[in-house]
Design a protein. Sequence first.
Length: 329
Amino acid sequence: MPRPLAILSGLAARVAVKAGHARPLAGGPLAFTLAETSIGIMPATVLPPSHPLATPRAPWAGFDLTRPVIMGIVNVTPDSFSDGGDHAQADAAIAHGRRLLAEGADILDIGGESTRPGAAPVPVEAEIARVVPVIRALAAEGAVISIDTSHAAVMQAAAEAGAMIINDVTALTGDPDSLSVAAATGLPLVLMHIKGEPQTMQDAPHYDDVGREVHDFLSARIDAAMAAGIAREKIAIDPGIGFGKGLSHNVDLLARVGLLHNMGCPILIGVSRKRFIAGLSKGEAPKDRVAGSIATALHTLAQGAHILRVHDVAATVQAVAVWQALQSA
Ligand code: 8Y4
């Protein structure tokens, strides 16, 4: 399982690939000149051009992945918006979704259940009642909607309401029906790594090698999805920052995002406002973690990540536009 290192961008990447000193990273436009393997560091060109680190990714959910895709977060939970009841909640979420679209979001990720440790479980009927009106309204306006759920019944209802992507933080392990229901919808999906259950995942998580464990988990979940009839091209993968991970695990994974290219799938990263940012800085509250979120997001883009799940769409879109222009030169 080689890791791409010495990653180049822009003209340097193009010249190095052409001269036979580098391989394109997941098809480019980035390129990597070195590969770290279990036996040491070697030139990237020891890998054949057909190696999954080097081959292009298929388009995913209609996105060609040659530029970063921004997924904006829309929570439909009582604590996120108004507490004026179901209707006010839906209206507030729809308004928030419209705002994120205006700010440049490519996808809206709509969720009706908090996955925070200690959050009370929501009955699936209530989860459906929360998200369906919001999905219907925003899909009717042309938005690409992702449904953030681990429940098969919610996936089904969301697909019927116009959702175009399934985002499951349990990678289709959270409900015995989710593999078959997700397959039947035919929708592209995000498979995320989690260690343990949302309720208890932050109780002293331990890994011998977090990069390998996340890779092996996601690889096994891709196999399970494919066995259920889901094409590999429909699957995006996600290391699940903060899901059953301590600070050092999150840092390790973010520093080694490139490892995930071995699976040949687009990579989605969710770091927005997460606790590791406070842990690396001054203990800031979530709303004061935007700068750290963007620093991390750009660090992952520089390793070839494809999709960013964020709260702060306007700030992220600006940062990505500037980063993109500078690193393309
Ligand atoms: C402040 C606000 C601080 C929210 C932390 C949070 C991911 C995800 C979540 C992710 C994918 C969250 C649904 C956690 N994180 N889906 N979902 N990847 N694919 N916490 O990293 O945003 S919820």
